[in-house]
Design a protein around this ligand. Structure first.
Ligand code: 5GP
Length: 346
């Protein structure tokens, strides 16, 4: 047993220090980023925010709405091949730049991935997603997927430490998904004691990825637009959102009415609810590692997206970053023992 004594930080432990700026208005801030990916050599341009591949967030409807703002959706892995084909036959041109198809690492997952990609070869992004990205089996699945699809952009995760980011990039991934335990409906830290505070995970993993020419996604833990800005400030190339995009018309999940108020169901992909829905229950050897909650219904997602993008633009003006790309360079975090004033918060 060993203890690391240097303290690891989450979003709640810091704020961004304002800096002199020549920017007059938020309208001068450009949130587009352009990337060339390490292994696929493909390029991408857009606003680097991603809807999470949860079936109460990353739906086809969400992808159509977010694409209007050049925002990305990682589609959840529970659509059938027929559903994929039907969606893609009707979706507008250019959708392939703003969606990824998700897969697990089982042989059935690989089979379904092959089907969808054979029938829709223009799809560009694959997200190989497991709760624990530290297993050898996962690494060899990433290698095999790279061999099978040399031109596709491969997202792989989740991990939280630099050495594993490097291993996955060297195994063929282009973008590494970072986050274990920070998610709004995640109970991994409670059930297993495993995790890593998200801000430190981003700083350390971004450093490792950028050293090799790869990118990272900060996945989980953002509860406010300010957290999204902190994730970018810490070095995230992309920020993935679950809970912040749940509860909308496009989010999937059941609409519930209680005493005249509307809610939508939102649940973790390892929750008992998800396992019952998709695999017929929680297997005896495992514990559910996700919550099921009801979130207030919030109408169309566009309002929320404006709120998030407006917040990040404002962060950029506070530190003098004309482009999102400059935000990390211009970020100084200060350690804090307070966040917002909650006097009027219920
Ligand atoms: P949020 O933005 O809601 O804080 O976090 C979203 C992320 O939580 C997802 O992208 C995924 O990585 C993670 N997540 C989703 N469902 C579960 C779950 O059931 N258990 C765990 N441990 N993490 C989950």
């Amino acid at each position: 047993m060993r203890i690391e004594y240097d303290i690891k930080l989450g979003f709640k432990d810091v704020m961004i220090r304002p800096k002199r700026s020549t920017l007059k208005s938020r309208a001068q801030v450009n949130l587009d980023r352009e990337f060339k990916f390490l292994n696929s050599k493909a390029s991408w341009m857009g606003v680097p925010i991603m809807a999470a591949n949860m079936d109460t967030v990353g739906t086809f409807e969400m992808a159509l709405a977010l694409m209007e703002h050049c925002v990305f959706t990682v589609i959840h892995k529970h659509y059938s091949v027929a559903e994929w084909n039907q969606f893609l036959s009707k979706a507008p041109q250019g959708i392939e730049n703003f969606i990824a198809i998700s897969t697990g690492t089982g042989s059935k997952d690989a089979e379904k991935l092959k089907h969808v990609l054979t029938e829709n070869p223009f799809l560009k992004f694959i997200c190989i997603d497991v709760a624990n990205g530290y297993s050898e089996h996962f690494v060899s699945f990433v290698q095999n997927t790279r061999n099978l699809y040399p031109d596709k952009v491969i997202i792989a995760g989740n991990v939280v430490t630099g050495e594993m980011v490097e291993e996955l990039l060297l195994s063929g991934a282009d973008i590494i998904k970072v986050g274990i335990g920070p998610g709004s409906v995640c109970t991994t830290r409670v059930k297993t004691g495993v995790g890593y505070p998200q801000l430190s995970a981003i700083i350390e993993c971004a450093d490792a990825a950028h050293g090799l020419g790869g990118q990272i996604i900060s996945d989980g833990g953002c509860a406010t637009p300010g957290d999204v800005a902190k994730a970018f400030g810490a070095g995230a190339d992309f920020v993935m959102l679950g809970g912040m995009l749940a509860g909308h018309d496009e989010s999937g999940g059941e609409l519930i009415e209680k005493n005249g108020e509307k809610f939508k169901q939102f649940y973790g992909m390892s929750s008992a609810t998800a396992m019952e829905k998709h695999v017929g229950g929680v297997a005896e050897y495992r514990a559910s590692e996700g919550k099921t909650v009801e979130v207030p219904y919030r109408g169309k997602v566009i309002q929320t997206i404006h709120d998030i993008l407006g917040g990040i633009r404002s962060t950029c003006t506070y530190v003098g970053a004309q482009r999102l790309k400059e935000l990390t360079k211009r970020t100084t975090f200060i350690r804090v023992a307070e966040q917002e004033n909650r006097i009027y918060t219920k």
